[in-house]
Design a protein around this ligand. Structure first.
Ligand code: 13P
Ligand code: SF4
Length: 330
């Protein structure tokens, strides 16, 4: 009966006993079960604090590929769990809340994307990692925002390319590589919401601030940037910069690691256009909580599953990405 309720909800809905020291218990369970917690930079602060490793999408895949833990708990969104499961089919991959999806991945239904690919048979298919396993299965090379430019650059100049699903990242990569890739018309609901006007207003308040922008943002926002890069790239830039103030146009979870790495610098989240909130959060990423993380470890549920036939095809473009990234030293 309880399991039915969990299935309906997509997470273990069990009250945690009063007085439980969640962080201690999570660490104890990890040790007892040989589990590792991988967390994305967009996770809530307390999850980033307790994770064994925190990183961007590329680093999470690289970690999953090399860990010798028996259980991987992916504190991120579903496609990240799928990538880990495809790379480590023999391991148990858990995610604290199965509802942690991704609007960008959802903007690219696998059947429609497969039709698009079929209509352009002479094209190499590059997919952003923010896609379902079924989309990866009809892809030639997976990329993340850390390696997209270098991977596209590594292909012959006259190679015809389909790039999906993010139109903003695709436009940006077309611009920096001088290519004319055919783009899928998808987007992320968080990154599309940043407002040019509000960033200009912040720039008035902090005239010396560097503007840091994720390439999933609209072109008009990217044009205001001192640096356009993945979460890890923006963090690296902030660490190396002489600047004191930074206006950050990506999901505000990254500010936790920026402040941890650069305690003397000032990080200002860029606000979304349609709200009075100062921060722009991904509602999917924020579904994971410390309580759900504890329960997922305790009950070893929910597990991320990938259809074997899909996984067999999806692993090829993921491996290709990891191999090229290794060669490029990324
Ligand atoms: P990166 O952390 O790879 O930059 O990706 C951002 C993102 O949108 C993850 O959902
Ligand atoms: Fe997906 Fe956007 Fe959330 Fe990243 S921030 S997980 S791209 S919805």
């Amino acid at each position: 009966m309880k399991k039915e309720e969990w299935l309906r909800k997509g997470y273990v809905d069990e009250p945690v006993e009063k007085g439980t020291d969640l962080k201690n218990e999570i660490r104890r369970l990890c040790k007892e079960k040989n589990a590792v917690i991988l967390g994305h930079f967009y996770q809530a602060d307390e999850i980033q604090e307790i994770a064994d490793f925190v990183g961007d999408s590329l680093a999470l895949a690289q970690w999953a590929a090399k860990t010798d833990a028996s259980i991987i708990v992916m504190c991120g969104v579903h496609f990240m769990g799928e990538t880990a499961k495809i790379l480590c089919p023999e391991k148990k991959v858990l995610i604290p809340d199965l509802n942690a999806g991704c609007s960008l991945a959802d903007s690219c239904p696998a059947d429609k994307f497969a039709e698009f690919v079929k209509e352009h048979p002479d094209h190499t298919v590059i997919s952003y990692v923010n896609t379902s396993a079924a989309v990866k299965a009809v892809t030639d090379i997976v990329v993340t925002s850390t390696n997209a430019k270098q991977i596209v650059d590594s292909l012959p100049a006259d190679e015809k390319i389909i790039f999906g699903p993010d139109r903003n990242l695709g436009n940006y990569i077309n611009f920096v590589t001088g290519r004319d890739m055919l783009l899928w018309n998808g987007a992320c609901h968080v990154h599309e919401k940043f407002s040019v006007e509000k960033i200009i207003e912040l720039k008035r308040q902090y005239p010396d601030a560097a503007v840091l922008v994720h390439p999933e943002c609209k072109n008009a926002v990217a044009k205001l940037a001192d640096k356009v890069a993945s979460t890890a790239g923006l963090l690296k830039y902030a660490m190396a910069s002489d600047k004191k103030d930074f206006i950050v146009a990506t999901e505000s979870g990254i500010l936790f690691e920026m402040r941890r790495k650069c305690p003397d610098k000032n990080f200002i989240p860029a606000p979304p256009e349609d709200s009075t909130c100062a921060c722009n959060e991904c509602n999917f990423m924020r579904l994971n909580t410390l309580e759900k993380l504890y329960n997922t470890l305790k009950y070893e549920w929910p597990e991320v599953q990938v259809d074997e036939n899909i996984a067999k095809d999806a692993i090829k473009p993921i491996r290709r990405m990891l191999e090229i990234s290794e060669k490029l030293g990324l």
